[in-house]
Design a binder for this molecule. Structure first.
Ligand SMILES: NC(=O)c1ccc[n+]([C@@H]2O[C@H](COP(=O)([O-])OP(=O)(O)OC[C@H]3O[C@@H](n4cnc5c(N)ncnc54)[C@H](OP(=O)(O)O)[C@@H]3O)[C@@H](O)[C@H]2O)c1
Length: 337
């Protein structure tokens, strides 16, 4: 059992607008000891995700807000280093919502064992974890792509977007992605096989979408909301499906943005727009994990991780999510495997 301290990052203040480093505080507490039924997990990998911004706000949402002084919520892959729970042995690799800290106690109910033979264990937070499941079920169950469809995905080089685009390719769709840097555009087209990449920061979106989607957009997988979504809605094809996965352009607004105002596009195209939360598919995660793992083994799906070293760098890296600084699934390497 280690004798040193547990470093944790807590919410110091609720962010107003974009989060700042002063909204977070690094604190040291004693490493807890597992009691009957509990396990102690040492964090190896921490996942940084846009939804964590919502938890820092007091606004009502689908999950409770963090209180000031609480450890920031976050997915972790770690190693069991002490166990009073018969389901877990020392050395097991597990994934769970254990938060931004180096050690965490769990009663095991929210932990899943990670199979290190399947893929590198960090993928349990990315392509084989929550973002991968979001892409898989959101696209296939809500977007329902058909061969020959044109699929547009926003934040296409991110954790969710890169998987959405590649699965859409596997479904024999034409795939168009939007992203915010030339490197991301180059990556999604030349590495991931998207048909077209559009840099929404530098290109005329309307013109670029007209060129990229001459027959209209059958499925729009929306990760961002805001002006990108307004533009895509103007290009819907008849019977289009608009999958509302995320609205990252809205998460730091002090006043909610109104709109979109072009919902007539749904009316005239008899289109459907549907929001979803990945947890609604929790009882099917094994299907998604096994299928994506097979595609990775067959070389049909690639994944990119953006790794930041050290728990103390989590706040800065998290803030970067809202500036497009991450390139792929954003992870903090908290300790060596
Ligand atoms: N519904 C669900 O259950 C569920 C589950 C997981 C994730 N999500 C949502 O899915 C989206 C993607 O999540 P992720 O984990 O894959 O993150 P990510 O794409 O890896 O990272 C976020 C990316 O969003 C883009 N972005 C940031 N601010 C933007 C803005 N104002 N306008 C347009 N793009 C902006 C940036 O890329 P660029 O360089 O391209 O700007 C940034 O890299 C998020 O909205 C997240 O909340 C939903």
């Amino acid at each position: 059992m280690p004798a040193d301290v547990n470093r944790q990052i807590i919410l110091a203040a609720r962010p107003v607008g974009y989060p700042k480093e002063s909204d977070f505080q690094l604190v040291e507490t004693p490493i807890p000891q597992p009691q009957h039924g509990e396990v102690l997990v040492k964090t190896l990998w921490l996942s940084l995700d846009p939804y964590q911004r919502g938890r820092m706000s007091a606004a009502r949402s689908y999950a409770p807000s963090l209180e000031i002084g609480e450890v920031i919520v976050g997915g972790v892959v770690g190693r069991v280093i002490a166990s009073q729970n018969p389901r877990f042995a020392i050395g097991d690799i597990v994934e769970g919502r254990l938060g931004w800290q180096e050690y965490a106690l769990s009663d095991g109910h929210d932990l899943r064992k990670v199979d290190p033979q399947l893929a590198p264990i960090s993928t349990a937070l990315g392509v084989l974890g929550m973002p991968g499941m979001t892409a898989y079920f959101g696209l296939l169950e809500i977007g329902r792509p058909k061969p020959g469809d044109t699929v547009v995905v926003s934040a296409a080089a991110g954790a969710v977007g890169q998987v959405v685009g590649q699965i859409a390719r596997l479904m024999n769709c034409r795939v168009v992605g939007t992203a915010g840097t030339p490197e991301k555009i180059e990556y999604i087209v030349n590495e991931l096989g998207f048909d077209v990449g559009i840099n929404y920061k530098t290109e005329d979106l309307e013109q670029a979408l007209s060129n990229a989607c001459p027959d209209g957009v059958d499925v729009y997988f929306d990760n961002v909301g805001g002006p990108v979504t307004d533009a895509v809605l103007n290009h819907l094809a008849p019977y289009a499906r608009v999958v509302i996965c995320g609205q990252i352009s809205q998460y730091n607004l002090e006043k909610p943005d109104l709109g979109p105002r072009n919902l007539r596009a749904l009316l005239t195209n008899q289109a459907r727009m549907e929001g979803f939360l990945v947890f609604q598919f929790a009882n099917r995660y094994q299907e998604g994990i096994q299928r994506i793992a097979r595609w990775i083994r067959e070389g049909k799906i690639k994944y990119k991780e953006d790794v930041v070293e050290g728990l103390e760098n989590a706040p800065r890296a998290f803030i970067g999510l809202f500036e497009g600084k991450n390139f792929g699934k954003l992870l903090v390497k908290v300790a060596d495997e």
